[in-house]
Write a protein that binds this ligand. Structure first.
Ligand code: HSE
Length: 306
């Protein structure tokens, strides 16, 4: 019996909501597992993005996440000697679209499915956050939609998740050809921040919530501004401000660094999406960076066994 799970990409932070806001998007990775009790030779195959660069077998993030889930589920029945695994990656790696989160969520969900789905979504989220370290990609990847993820005070439990209304907007994403590891782009952030910058971000996060709850997208220009991470990450992504300004000039409602970057994202109406996409692409090209771009919808269902 084969089990396949489809996990959406995600864009995190949405500007000011560092480690708190995340949205699931309509570009997917798929992970398949098959239990073979008498296997002589099992397979572990990666297709698409990362087929040559990603680790397979013991070192793969998918397998490590499956193992974490097997520990929680209390089983030692499964190993790479009795499972065939096929990964079909459509999401660019290390770009800020939550590709590694899909492997974590996919791994936990496949292991859970092999064990009769004993874990509910909230338990899956708790484990996935523990593996990932921050919630704002894995939570939307599991629940779908736009999520506010708030950790509990002890930072151990995943705390509260709230789904906001899905806006009637498109999300344009431009993924530049260079990769940026999330680890590196977290290391460059300051340990302390100025009270003025904290107040700036609190106001933007409040506006962002209001923009989605009231479907008032005119708020998004201000609501996607940030002073906690984008100014620092912009130093590793010199075209960032120019491309974001170009997106705003092309009638997008708001533009921001997607997660830890280097992908840049913009919210816009369906009718303006192609123009926003071309404008952002051209702004990157002027900086001599080639990009892959997407016009995506919000994913509303989250990860699913398909
Ligand atoms: N909130 C995380 C960060 C998301 O900005 O580092 C990483 O995708």
């Amino acid at each position: 019996m084969k089990i396949k799970v489809r996990v959406p990409s995600s864009t995190a932070n949405l500007g000011p909501g560092f480690d708190v806001f995340g949205a699931a998007l309509s570009l997917y990775n798929e992970f398949e597992v098959e239990y073979v009790s008498n296997a002589k030779k099992t397979k572990f195959i990666i297709k698409g993005e990362g087929k040559r660069s990603l680790s397979i077998g013991e070192k793969s993030l998918l397998w490590q996440s499956m193992q974490e889930a097997f520990k929680v589920l209390g089983t030692t029945k499964y190993s790479l000697n009795n499972l065939n695994i096929v990964i079909n990656n459509n999401i660019p790696l290390s770009g800020g679209l939550g590709s590694s989160s899909t492997a974590i969520v996919g791994g936990v969900m496949l292991a859970n499915a092999l064990c009769s789905n004993k874990l509910d979504k909230s338990q899956i989220a708790e484990l996935a956050i523990k593996i990932e370290g921050h919630p704002d990609n894995v939570v939307p990847a599991i629940f779908g939609g736009i999520c506010i993820c708030s950790k509990n005070e002890d930072e151990e439990e995943h705390g509260t998740v709230v789904n906001l209304p899905i806006p009637k907007l498109k999300v344009v994403l431009c993924v530049p050809s260079f990769e940026l590891r999330t680890k590196r782009s977290r290391e460059i952030l300051p340990k302390m921040i100025d009270m003025k910058d904290a107040v700036f971000n609190i106001s933007r996060v409040a506006l962002l919530t209001a923009a989605f709850c009231c479907a008032d997208y005119s708020l998004l220009k201000q609501a996607t501004q940030d002073r906690l991470h984008q100014p620092y990450r912009g130093k590793m992504n010199p075209a960032m401000n120019k491309v974001l300004q170009a997106a705003l000039g092309a009638k997008s409602f708001g533009a921001f660094l997607s997660g830890a970057g280097p992908t840049l994202a913009a919210f816009c109406s369906k009718k303006d999406a192609v123009n926003v996409q071309n404008t952002m692409e051209n702004a990157w090209k002027k900086e001599r960076v080639s990009v892959k771009s997407y016009i995506l919808d919000f994913d509303v269902k989250g990860a699913m066994i398909v």
